[in-house]
Design a protein around this ligand. Structure first.
Ligand code: FE
Length: 208
């Protein structure tokens, strides 16, 4: 029989439905075939679970808010500015920082897959990889933003940046009002992951 449906369904049902189980099964096979080294994998997992995450991007943004010369250097060459903070790594080889202004709000997507500046933001959230976000971010950005709870002033245009395997974008959100004189640690606490993707805004200064 060329295509036996009952048989196919049976084969599919043998796959664990839980993604965690599927990952575990894949991992077991790759390790048993000697294709991956469990120790090397541990190091990578530990890196992205504990060390690399949006707090790194937030530190960069806070410094740009506090230091105009650094902000200019970041716009000019984001990778050099990242190096100054000791930030580098895979998927962050060519980063472009795009700064929000009262006239323009920037938003980042990868319409093709899920390209994302890992060294600055960690592993991308599930929605960033979804078909819906990838298609709709370019087609109806304001509607997508509204679903994220972001309503922009009518006079502020939205610019959507499509990431590629070569170029990753980091949004530099606008510094919240009422933060004059704040140090970088305090400023960094206002910078959310989504505000650096452009689907969110930083916390306001008076947030609890
Ligand atoms: Fe991609």
């Amino acid at each position: 029989m060329p295509h036996d449906h009952a048989h196919d369904d049976h084969a599919h049902s043998l796959l664990p439905s839980d993604p965690a189980l599927r990952v575990k099964a894949l991992e077991t096979i790759l390790v048993s075939k000697g294709l991956v080294d469990p120790a090397a994998m541990e190091v990578i997992l530990d890196t992205y679970e504990r060390k690399v995450g949006p707090h790194l991007g937030a530190a960069l943004v806070a410094r740009a808010w506090a230091d105009p010369a650094f902000a200019a250097a970041l716009s000019d060459n984001a990778n050099a500015a990242m190096q100054a903070l000791g930030i580098s790594g895979r998927q962050g080889e060519h980063v472009v920082a795009v700064e929000n202004t009262p006239a323009t709000h920037n938003m980042v997507v990868c319409t093709l897959c899920s390209c994302y500046p890992w060294p600055l933001l960690g592993i991308p959230p599930g929605w960033y990889k979804s078909d819906a976000y990838r298609a709709r971010a370019v087609r109806e950005p304001r509607k997508v933003l509204a679903e994220f709870g972001v309503t922009l002033p009518a006079g502020q245009s939205v610019r959507v940046w499509d990431s590629t395997a070569e170029v990753r974008y980091l949004v530099i959100p606008m510094r919240p009002e009422g933060t004059e004189g704040w140090d970088q640690t305090r400023l960094a606490a206002l910078v959310t992951r989504d505000s650096m993707i452009g689907t969110g805004l930083p916390h306001p200064a008076d947030a609890p």
